[in-house]
Write a protein that binds this ligand. Structure first.
Ligand SMILES: *[C@@H]1O[C@H](CO)[C@@H](O)[C@H](O)[C@H]1NC(C)=O
Ligand SMILES: *[C@@H]1O[C@H](CO)[C@@H](O)[C@H](O)[C@H]1NC(C)=O
Ligand SMILES: *[C@@H]1O[C@H](CO)[C@@H](O)[C@H](O)[C@H]1NC(C)=O
Ligand SMILES: *[C@@H]1O[C@H](CO)[C@@H](O)[C@H](O)[C@H]1NC(C)=O
Ligand SMILES: *[C@@H]1O[C@H](CO)[C@@H](O)[C@H](O)[C@H]1NC(C)=O
Ligand SMILES: *[C@@H]1O[C@H](CO)[C@@H](O)[C@H](O)[C@H]1NC(C)=O
Ligand SMILES: *[C@@H]1O[C@H](CO)[C@@H](O)[C@H](O)[C@H]1NC(C)=O
Ligand SMILES: *[C@@H]1O[C@H](CO)[C@@H](O)[C@H](O)[C@H]1NC(C)=O
Length: 465
């Protein structure tokens, strides 16, 4: 009886807890290159308050790692670059490191992964990387931790030779044989994933004449059509991630996943750091959180939800380099917010339009010459769930006054007989009848604007009534 009640209870719970597969996760980088930060235990409280349950560190500092013990926060720790040569050369060294710095804390502190080095290609530790990863894996196996803890290494996007167009993404040829292939092979064999640090800010700042700011900030924009794969990218981060997937695919590693271990936007910069500033940083990070928590994967990997670690928790006053380097934080050391954005799903950020939308393949148009013509259509989002879509369809065909005769049984747009196709037809009719007014293609987030005629069987979607 009791177990039956428990079963019912769990069934009910599962109805209300959103599936973790459906959407991605947000974590944060806790960098500490500063002399004015709050204590680790205060930081743990801050993360809990913000609803963050994943954190990435840059070392294995005892006070910090211990502070996360017995919390529900998962931790990625790091082996600093300086230890890679010893780690690669000496298994006893790696065993001692894992014993002291990993097995001493886990599982009280839930360590989910070890980042072996950081951006090592940019830092010339390349030759040590894969041997060090293998030794760390052998050490984890000795402590029977290899099933709990993944091993990877964050790479900078500068590892790519080409990233535009996305579909032509490729790794630098001089890295491929020495390190990329052996690393991907290691990741595949151990069921791990590739860590990438991706900064649309750098791309925008260096090419602000060519890249639209709205595209970089996940705002409403016409998007960029990839001439090779036909997808319309509506934001630069998706394009950067897919360039990495394309580069992996070219080497036949289609089965290895990617996690974005760093991305962010500075709230301050020097005068030559175009785009740095509080409003843009708030837009980037706020829209990114919505996109990750409400959207699917990228166009090339729609079913692999995005896992992203924001950079960074605090402004770090001892970082060298341009002003931006010390101003990536979401918080001041006082724990005051630099700008106010939610880091979890709220009603306010679920409803807003322009982010978290699925990119649509543009059939038969490789985009090389066609520009945004001004024509537009409204289609249903497949991501919002049947109930919401049905509700919006009922509204459009009822009170909304859309022309829904073509989607009735036997009429020209009945096939394909799917909720998404019918809803798209009705939403578009409503949108066109309202002269494509702003807000007339929203339906509580169940619809979005496209700039190519939608394709559903033989059905023609009218534009410009
Ligand atoms: C975590 O909880 C365990 C079990 O309650 C306890 O033995 C341990 O001391 C705690 N660790 C820390 C660092 O608080
Ligand atoms: C290997 O590492 C162990 C443990 O840190 C150390 O005692 C030993 O001297 C190292 N061996 C070499 C050849 O560096
Ligand atoms: C633990 O890691 C720190 C750096 O992260 C390192 O200085 C220390 O030597 C490590 N301990 C061992 C026993 O290797
Ligand atoms: C990179 O490291 C290698 C040895 O590992 C060294 O020969 C080379 O000079 C280094 N290059 C740079 C740019 O530091
Ligand atoms: C995503 O999942 C759906 C449903 O399981 C499947 O039909 C589709 O082929 C998958 N797409 C890709 C690109 O794997
Ligand atoms: C990649 O991610 C997807 C879901 O996001 C998951 O189902 C799959 O198991 C992952 N693959 C590996 C090799 O971990
Ligand atoms: C794209 O279209 C242009 C003009 O139609 C054509 O010349 C070009 O070869 C196409 N490129 C690709 C990659 O299909
Ligand atoms: C979000 O959308 C729903 C309808 O889909 C609406 O009832 C609700 O008021 C909206 N919330 C906000 C904050 O706009």
């Amino acid at each position: 009886m009791a177990s039956f009640a428990l079963y019912i209870f769990l069934m009910l719970i599962s109805l209300f807890v959103p599936s973790s597969e459906a959407s991605g996760s947000i974590g944060i980088n806790y960098g500490r290159v500063a002399n004015d930060l709050p204590s680790p235990s205060k930081v743990v409280e801050l993360l809990k308050t913000e609803g963050l349950n994943r954190v990435k560190l840059y070392d294995t500092d005892a006070n910090v790692v211990t502070a996360f013990a017995n919390t529900s926060i998962k931790v990625i720790v790091a082996m600093p670059n300086e230890l890679l040569s010893s780690s690669a050369a000496n298994q006893s060294f790696t065993d001692a490191w894992v014993k002291a710095n990993i097995s001493g804390y886990h599982p009280a502190t839930e360590i989910e992964a070890i980042a072996v080095g950081n951006e090592v290609f940019a830092n010339n530790y390349t030759n040590y990387l894969v041997p060090a990863m293998k030794n760390v894996h052998a050490s984890l196996t000795k402590f029977n931790l290899h099933k709990d803890i993944k091993i990877s290494s964050p790479i900078a996007l500068s590892a790519l030779e080409t990233s535009y167009p996305v579909s032509s993404g490729s790794f630098k040829p001089e890295l491929v044989e020495p390190v990329i292939k052996p690393m991907l092979e290691f990741l595949r064999r151990t069921g791990s994933y590739l860590m990438i640090n991706a900064y649309p800010f750098f791309a925008y700042s260096a090419n602000s004449d060519k890249i639209s700011l709205d595209y970089a900030l996940f705002k409403e924009n016409p998007g960029v059509v990839d001439s090779g794969n036909g997808f319309r990218y509506t934001n630069l981060l998706d394009a950067q991630i897919d360039a990495v997937y394309a580069a992996m695919s070219a080497l036949k590693y289609d089965d290895v996943n990617v996690t974005v271990t760093e991305t962010g936007w500075p709230s301050k910069g020097d005068s030559n750091e175009i785009g740095a500033g509080e409003d843009n940083a708030a837009s980037y990070n706020g829209n990114l959180v919505k996109r990750v928590l409400t959207g699917r994967g990228t166009p090339l990997r729609p079913n692999d939800s995005l896992n992203v670690f924001l950079f960074a928790l605090f402004n770090e006053n001892q970082k060298p380099g341009p002003t931006s380097e010390r101003n990536y934080g979401l918080f001041y050391p006082s724990e005051q917010k630099v700008y106010d954005i939610p880091l979890t799903l709220t009603e306010a950020n679920v409803n807003s339009s322009g982010v978290g939308k699925r990119e649509v393949p543009v059939n038969g148009n490789n985009g090389s010459t066609t520009s945004f013509s001004g024509e537009s259509w409204c289609v249903a989002s497949g991501d919002v769930g049947k109930e919401k879509l049905q509700g919006a369809l009922d509204y459009a065909c009822g009170e909304g006054g859309a022309d829904c005769t073509p989607i009735q049984n036997g009429a020209t747009c009945y096939n394909p007989n799917t909720l998404e196709a019918h809803a798209s037809y009705a939403f578009n009719s409503y949108y066109q009848k309202n002269s494509r007014a702003s807000g007339s293609c929203d339906f509580g987030g169940a619809a979005y604007v496209v700039t190519q005629p939608p394709k559903y069987g033989k059905c023609e979607f009218p534009t410009g009534y």
